[in-house]
Design a protein around this ligand. Structure first.
Ligand SMILES: NC(=O)c1ccc[n+]([C@@H]2O[C@H](COP(=O)([O-])OP(=O)(O)OC[C@H]3O[C@@H](n4cnc5c(N)ncnc54)[C@H](OP(=O)(O)O)[C@@H]3O)[C@@H](O)[C@H]2O)c1
Length: 322
C-alpha cells in the first residue's frame, strides 16, 4: 500500500527523512481492526517525529500521521482515535502511562490502510466531510479538552489563545467563539491576525501586547516565546493550559512569583479521550462549525504540506487525501 513514512531523522531539515512509497499492508491482531483511510490531517507531531523526538531509531521505518477518517471493515464512516492505551487500561486513556499516539509505537494514518484497536473508532457524523472529520482527532480534540475539560471555561468567560496560526490555536479560537466566550488571540503575523478575526476572535494582538482586560484562561501551544505574556495576562486565580511548546521549553522568565502570588493554575493537557472525541464530533455536527482547512493535497504530496508547516506557512489544518 501507499504510505508516507519516516526513514531517518534530521533536526535541521526534518522533511528530508520522509519517504513517500510502498509499505506492506497492515495486519490486525486480535481485538484490532483495519480502517481504510479517505483523509488524514498533518500535525506538528509529524515534524517532531521526523526530527526524532518521541521516536527511536530502532522503530524506523514508521508511517507518520495521527489523524484519519475513513471506512471500517463493515463500510461504516468512522473517525480514528489516535490515543492507543494498554488493552487492560480502563478510564481516561490519556492518563495511561503506557499510552502512545499513532505513529509513535504503531504505524500512523498517512497510508491507504491502518490497523487500530477496535475500540479506537467513533462514528463520523454524515454532515462532516472526510476531510473535515480528519482534522478532529489531534488538534481539535486537544483544543476541546484544553478549553472545556482542563480550563473549565463557561460562556461569557474571556480566553487568550497564543500563536493564532497553529492547528490547535485555530481550533481553540473557533470552539471558544462558538461556545460563547470572549476570544483574544495573538500572532506574529499581521495577515494571520486578520484571519483569526475572521474565524471568531473578538480582538487580536501582537505577541506580548497589553490586553484590554485580564483573562480567565490562556491556551498555550507556543511555549518559551509567549510564556511570560501568558502568565501576565491572567486574572488572579486564572488558568494557563499548555499542550505544547513549539518555540522551546525554556522561557526567559518563568514568572514564578506571579504564579503563587496570584494563585494561578498551570495545567498540562494531552490529546483527549474517545468520549471527548465523540462529544467534539457531536458539537461540530449540531453547531455547524467546521474545521478551518488551509489546503487539501493528495497524500503523495504530504512532503509539501509538512514543509509548509515547518516554515510556518499555514493557517489551519493541512489535509491529505487518498
Ligand atoms: N499535547 C498534545 O496532545 C498536543 C496536541 C497537538 C499539538 N501539540 C503541540 O502543540 C504545539 C502546536 O501545534 P500545532 O500543530 O497546533 O501548531 P504549530 O504549527 O506548531 O504552530 C503553533 C504556533 O506557534 C506560533 N509560534 C511558533 N514559533 C513561535 C515563536 N518563536 N514565537 C511566537 N510564536 C511562535 C505560531 O503562531 P503565529 O505564526 O501565529 O505567531 C504557530 O502558528 C506543537 O508543539 C505540538 O507538538 C500537542
Amino acid at each position: 500500500m501507499f504510505a508516507a513514512y519516516v526513514n531517518s531523522f534530521s533536526s535541521e531539515s526534518p522533511v528530508d527523512g520522509l519517504v513517500l512509497g510502498e509499505r506492506p499492508d497492515p495486519v490486525a491482531p486480535d481485538g484490532w481492526t483495519i480502517v481504510t483511510v479517505k483523509a488524514a490531517a498533518l500535525n506538528h507531531h509529524d515534524l517532531w517525529s521526523l526530527r526524532g523526538v518521541g521516536l527511536r531509531e530502532e522503530s524506523l521505518p514508521m508511517i507518520l500521521g495521527c489523524d484519519a477518517a475513513g471506512h471500517d471493515e463493515d463500510g461504516n464512516e468512522v473517525i480514528v482515535h489516535a490515543v492507543i492505551s494498554d488493552p487492560a487500561w480502563t478510564g481516561d486513556e490519556t492518563m495511561d502511562p503506557k499510552r502512545s499516539l499513532l505513529s509513535e509505537v504503531y504505524d500512523g494514518t498517512l497510508a491507504d490502510k491502518i490497523a487500530i484497536p477496535a475500540r479506537n473508532v467513533v462514528p463520523k457524523p454524515r454532515g462532516l466531510s472526510f476531510e473535515e472529520a480528519a482534522c478532529l482527532p489531534t488538534a481539535w480534540l486537544t483544543a476541546y479538552r484544553m478549553l472545556f475539560t482542563q480550563a473549565d471555561l463557561n460562556p461569557g468567560d474571556t480566553v487568550l489563545i497564543q500563536g493564532a496560526g497553529g492547528g490547535v490555536a485555530t481550533a481553540a479560537i473557533s470552539l471558544a467563539r462558538e461556545a460563547g466566550m470572549r476570544v483574544y488571540a495573538t500572532s506574529r503575523d499581521e495577515s494571520k491576525r486578520a484571519k483569526a478575526l475572521e474565524i471568531g476572535a473578538h480582538d487580536v494582538f501582537e505577541p506580548g501586547a497589553r490586553l484590554p482586560r485580564r483573562v480567565d484562561a490562556v491556551m498555550e501551544t507556543v511555549g518559551a516565546a509567549t510564556w511570560s505574556h501568558s502568565i501576565k495576562s491572567l486574572r488572579p486565580g486564572g488558568t494557563v493550559v499548555m499542550c505544547g511548546a513549539t518555540s522551546g521549553f525554556t522561557p526567559e522568565r518563568g514568572e514564578l512569583n506571579r504564579i503563587f502570588a496570584l494563585q494561578l493554575r498551570v495545567h498540562g493537557s494531552t490529546m483527549g479521550t474517545k468520549g471527548e472525541l465523540a462529544a467534539l464530533a457531536d458539537f461540530m455536527d449540531v453547531s455547524g462549525l467546521r474545521p478551518l482547512i488551509d489546503r487539501v493535497l493528495p497524500m503523495e504530496q504530504a512532503d509539501q504540506g509538512l514543509r509548509a508547516m515547518d516554515e510556518g506557512r499555514v493557517f489551519g489544518k493541512i489535509v491529505v487525501t487518498r
